[in-house]
Design a binder for this molecule. Structure first.
Ligand code: HEC
Length: 150
């Protein structure tokens, strides 16, 4: 009887440990910490030039959005010409459509810099989404949050 309990306990412990290594175990204590640890090291191989540029554009647009919401005119100070040459995480991310979308983004960015209103700002965000529909749908939800609905 006692021996049975010991074996059952060992089995449960074994399952627990195994579950935890995948972080799917019911009592997994790592669950809460693991995502944090993963995002801390964003990409151990270094982030691609293109991904870094994308993040910079996102931050710059977010700053512009805050100004526009307050009723101020906004300016984009960044220079994003490197979008044409920046290396992506993997080559297939730059498909045939990429350059065309990149050119229209640069055009809309210049236009927004000149006009600085909500309409020209939203035109930029639409261009972001258009390219992402083609080559990289993952960040679209995040990009949509940049839109300004008045
Ligand atoms: C010409 C196509 C194109 C346009 C235009 C474009 N993107 Fe991207 N974006 C990409 C590709 C491709 C990636 C993947 C880059 C990589 O992983 O190397 C990406 C990645 C991203 C990421 C994820 C970066 C990360 O952390 O890995 C964000 C956020 C992003 N873009 C936001 C934007 C915003 C905001 C705009 C508009 C200002 C925009 N993108 C315009 C193609 C585009």
């Amino acid at each position: 009887m006692n021996q049975k309990i010991v074996w059952v306990s060992l089995l449960i412990i074994a399952l627990f440990i195994q579950g935890c290594s995948h972080c799917k175990g019911l009592f997994c204590t790592k669950k809460a910490e693991q995502p944090k640890a993963q995002t801390a090291v964003v990409n151990p191989n270094g982030d691609s030039e293109l991904a870094i540029l994308m993040r910079r554009m996102t931050d710059d647009l977010e700053a512009a959005k805050q100004q526009l919401i307050k009723g101020q005119k906004a300016r984009i100070k960044g220079d994003y010409k490197d979008i044409l040459t920046a290396k992506p995480t993997s080559p297939h991310m730059k498909n045939e459509a990429f350059d065309g979308f990149a050119q229209s983004l640069l055009y809309q960015m210049n236009r927004f810099s000149a006009i600085g209103d909500v309409k020209s700002y939203n035109d930029v965000v639409h261009t972001c989404i258009a390219c992402h529909n083609q080559s990289c749908p993952g960040p679209i939800a995040r990009i949509k949050k940049l839109m300004i609905y008045l």
